[in-house]
Design a protein around this ligand. Sequence first.
Ligand SMILES: *[C@@H]1O[C@H](CO)[C@@H](O)[C@H](O)[C@H]1NC(C)=O
Ligand SMILES: *[C@@H]1O[C@H](CO)[C@@H](O)[C@H](O)[C@H]1NC(C)=O
Ligand SMILES: *[C@@H]1O[C@H](CO)[C@@H](O)[C@H](O)[C@H]1NC(C)=O
Length: 417
Amino acid sequence: MIPTTLANFVVHLLHFWRYDWPAQAVVTPANDNPILNFELRHQHAVSSTARVVFADVPAAQIYTHRDGRTPYQVQTRRIITHRPSSFCEYTEARMRSIRQAQSQILLWGDSEVIGPDVESRETLLGLAKMTNNAYVEPEDPYWYDLGDDWPEHYPFGWEPDADGFRGYVFATPDNSTVILSIKGTSTIVGGGGPTKKKDKLNDNLLFSCCCASVDWTWSTVCGCHRGGWKCDQDCVEEALVEESLFYPIGTNLYNNLTYMYPDSNIWLTGHSLGGGLASLLGMTFGVPVVAFETSGDKLAAERLHLPSPPSTNHITHVYHTADPIPQGVCTGVFSTCALGGYALETRCHMGKTIVYDTVSNLSWSVDVRTHPILTVIEKVLSEPWAPSVEIGREVPEATAEEDCVECYSWEFGDFPK
Ligand SMILES: *[C@@H]1O[C@H](CO)[C@@H](O)[C@H](O)[C@H]1NC(C)=O
Ligand SMILES: *[C@@H]1O[C@H](CO)[C@@H](O)[C@H](O)[C@H]1NC(C)=O
Ligand SMILES: *[C@@H]1O[C@H](CO)[C@@H](O)[C@H](O)[C@H]1NC(C)=O
């Protein structure tokens, strides 16, 4: 059960949501798989009152080159996605599951859409760059260098107090495809920034086994740990639904975007926590997702009671083996993650996963300092990947994580206080 106030809040939000799915760019057999050029259009953030805000990128700073190229080129392919007939119906099914522990049969419709070709290295690289830019302000030295061909960029209207999610919206010049990029946790390794505190709370709720109970010295983010390795199942689910505004803010963000681009084909991308959110939203709205270096998102989807579509193959995770975070191994009292106040313990991903074995193939050691997207861009994706090239591929094969077991040392059940 969730408190009435929260239920009211959700219903209140629902009131504003669009009740029908936007028309999607349906692929006709005549089209082949085009290469799409994306330009930066807007930045998005969440205001202190949990409203989604957008800022437009002035036309003079949209990075389209004279010949029509942009630094973000992406190859496409057709993919099948699944979506329920309306968001309202989806939310009803979800609420019924939360309140009455009942699952409701949802009718899912299939549609064929243009999605990113995740077998293309340049495509993964382009999408990774879009999530990198989402980390920083344009005048920041870490704004990814787009090369000498591109015009100078300038800061544009940023809300200095904005907290929580941040990121960018990219679009093709004809608006046929729009990409929402969502920033991740910027601060596991040093650093700071205004979104740090909220990111941490949400990471700990979404990606830990039991309220981030690393040991007894930790003040956990919810009180569901019952000693030893026992965790009260209902309690953790309630905590997620109550404390984490990230999913509702995410659905709000998505709905706002479809309001701005009602006829566009939408894709989602993100890094770390942003990737996890992109994946949860991609599951909800049935749109293509590419997520980088994300902790396991399967458990969060279950705990949020997201109705599951017939397949999540439109979601692709990309990570490398020297990064402990997507593998759920940055755990334990003395781990870098615990020292930084994070409990990132989940390792099972939805959809398909592309794993770069940087440990075997590049002799990297497992180290959380390899987690940043810049490492992925510069050291993993920027050059042809030899182990794949040897077998005639551009990138490692995407596979489903069969038989992945989550939080195996924990016992979940009905353990009242
Ligand atoms: C694309 O969308 C933007 C709004 O972000 C609008 O200003 C522009 O006119 C649209 N372009 C086309 C070709 O529809
Ligand atoms: C975004 O969504 C919220 C709540 O759903 C709504 O109040 C707001 O007007 C929307 N903004 C835009 C620009 O669509
Ligand atoms: C990459 O690592 C795999 C084992 O994970 C090994 O089979 C393969 O030969 C390696 N390839 C290269 C080029 O190092």
